[in-house]
Design a protein around this ligand. Structure first.
Ligand code: 8X3
Length: 246
């Protein structure tokens, strides 16, 4: 029996890498896609996933991946990220543009490219990794919360438009997840500020916690659509309300 195909974007680290690893363990043939092929090759050697160089902001790159996949069962739109924590009035327009390109337009491009392969498979599942930032705004988060709200709007619109077709749409909205790169990228590589995001938090989520949610959603029976999972660490009651121990 051939294995169902799952595509995971942003698979070179963090939630994407953990999801690729987990879906391979669940029996999917996983195409682990990202820009950094060297990292993907290491993941592939460990887990048997197929490494694919992909830039979700580039039409040709996305089309090249789609051309390799006549059928696809699951698409996990995980590629994304945040840039900056400045007040809106002081943000860089370029940061807004980058966040919109990767989080939002990257997801749209992937859906457009892979939907035919999902329909060919006879069943499909789009899993969008958004954020609690797609559900509430917070100071310093303007460009990121705007992009994540848009990615959330895409998830909800798709579910309406695909009604009647055998394609599920799940949004997973993580809160504070401690990964190697998320805060470091957001803060321009400032390791001290990145560490401070998690300082005193007993147990932030880890990438595997979100991979677990993806695995749950995609392994439900086909008639069950998990619309939305909002997942935070116990210490985070809201984006701005985090219990920290000294
Ligand atoms: C990451 C969670 O709280 O930094 O998507 O917006 S948060």
């Amino acid at each position: 029996m051939t294995q169902p195909v799952a595509v995971v974007t942003g698979a070179s680290s963090g939630i994407g890498a953990a999801t690729a690893r987990r879906l391979a363990a669940e029996g999917f043939e996983v195409f682990a896609a990202a820009r950094r092929l060297d990292r993907l090759e290491r993941l592939a050697a460990e887990t048997g996933v197929r490494p694919v160089e992909l830039d979700v902001t580039d039409d040709a790159s996305v089309a090249a991946l789609a051309a390799r996949l006549p059928e696809c069962a699951v698409l996990v739109n995980n590629a994304g990220g945040a840039r900056g924590l400045a007040p809106a009035a002081e943000t860089e327009i370029e940061d807004w543009r980058w966040m919109y390109e990767v989080n939002v337009l990257g997801s749209v491009r992937m859906v457009q490219a892979l939907l035919p392969a999902m329909l060919k498979h006879g069943r499909g599942h789009v899993v969008n990794i958004t954020s609690v930032a797609g559900h509430a705004v917070y100071e310093g988060g303007s460009g990121y919360t705007a992009a994540k709200h848009a990615q959330r709007a895409l998830s909800e619109t798709l579910r309406l438009e695909l009604n009647g077709k055998p394609v599920r749409v799940t949004e997973i909205a993580p809160g504070m997840v401690r990964t190697e790169e998320f805060s470091l990228n957001r803060l321009g590589g400032d390791a001290d500020r990145a560490d401070a995001v998690y300082r005193g938090v007993a147990e932030p989520l880890v990438a595997e916690d979100i991979a677990d949610c993806v695995a749950f959603a995609v392994t439900r029976p086909p008639h069950v659509d998990v619309d939305l999972l909002v997942v935070r660490p116990l210490a985070q009651a809201a984006s701005h309300k985090v219990h920290r121990e000294n």
